[in-house]
Design a protein around this ligand. Structure first.
Ligand code: GLP
Length: 242
């Protein structure tokens, strides 16, 4: 595992956007796994700026979703599909034809999970998977004690994650879905390059457990230690307990 400490979130965003740009220069139709949350926004802004400046061509890039709420209509503004359309695809000038994700509104959610795992494999696998981290060490929506070999499946959110995510639902935890679909940890580990960005003091304990703790299901992000090409980018605050 490679750990890179940057001064702030903006520097982390620039570093990772440049890694994505380099991948796309080498492989224009790369499959980029993207994450939601506040943390990756500086990455998407930096990548969009490179596109505007003509520094990279993303027109053939493909975008894969990491996780999704179950039960929200697909066009709900806080469905992760909507969030990624707004925060990633539109700023990059990509339409939804470039996008793949699980169907959180499917009648048969288990079948939708299996279909998504299959679709990822058939698409040739994820070239670079961006990850954030929850305050409890979750990646995607793999909450603590998720199997490290898990595949894409339905999960129940912890109270902590629902509290953390209530800010996207008018601060009302009652509006935060209880269930989600997430790429499993085993699925995530199949990406060719994993890049986790963590910023702010609130992530310092989770980062320390990820980087210096044992590989253990109690901290799902610690599974990155098993991956041959994992990069953890942290700002000074998130690195403060290393
Ligand atoms: C959600 C997402 C994760 C994300 C996490 C942290 O739980 N499912 O993919 O990493 O939030 O979000 P933030 O970056 O806003 O702290």
């Amino acid at each position: 595992m490679e750990v890179v400490i940057v001064p702030d979130a903006e520097a982390g965003g620039e570093l990772i956007a440049e890694a994505m740009a380099q991948l796309l220069r080498h492989k224009p139709d790369a499959l980029l796994g993207v994450a939601t949350g506040s943390t990756p926004l500086p990455i998407y802004e930096a990548l969009a700026a490179k596109v505007s400046a003509g520094a990279v061509d993303v027109s053939r890039a493909r975008i894969a979703q990491l996780d999704e709420y179950v039960g929200l209509p697909t066009d709900h503004p806080e469905s992760y599909r909507s969030v990624l359309r707004r925060e990633v695809l539109e700023p990059l000038g990509l339409d939804m034809a470039a996008f793949m994700g699980p169907d959180g509104a499917a009648a048969d959610v288990q079948a939708a999970c299996a279909a998504y795992d299959k679709a990822l494999a058939e698409a040739g696998g994820v070239d670079l998977q961006l990850l954030g981290i929850g305050t409890d060490g979750h990646i995607g929506f793999n909450e603590p004690c998720s199997s490290l070999a898990s595949r894409t499946r339905i999960k129940t959110l912890t109270e902590q994650t629902r509290v953390d995510n209530a800010r996207f639902f008018e601060g009302d935890i009652e509006q935060v879905p209880h269930h989600v679909i997430t790429q499993g940890i085993g699925t995530i580990l199949e990406a060719r390059h994993l890049v986790l960005l963590a910023t702010g003091e609130g992530k310092a304990d989770a980062v320390a457990a990820t980087v210096e703790g044992p590989v253990a299901a109690v901290c799902p992000a610690s599974a990155l230690q098993l991956h041959p090409h994992a990069t953890v980018v942290v700002d000074e605050a998130a690195a403060s307990k290393l």
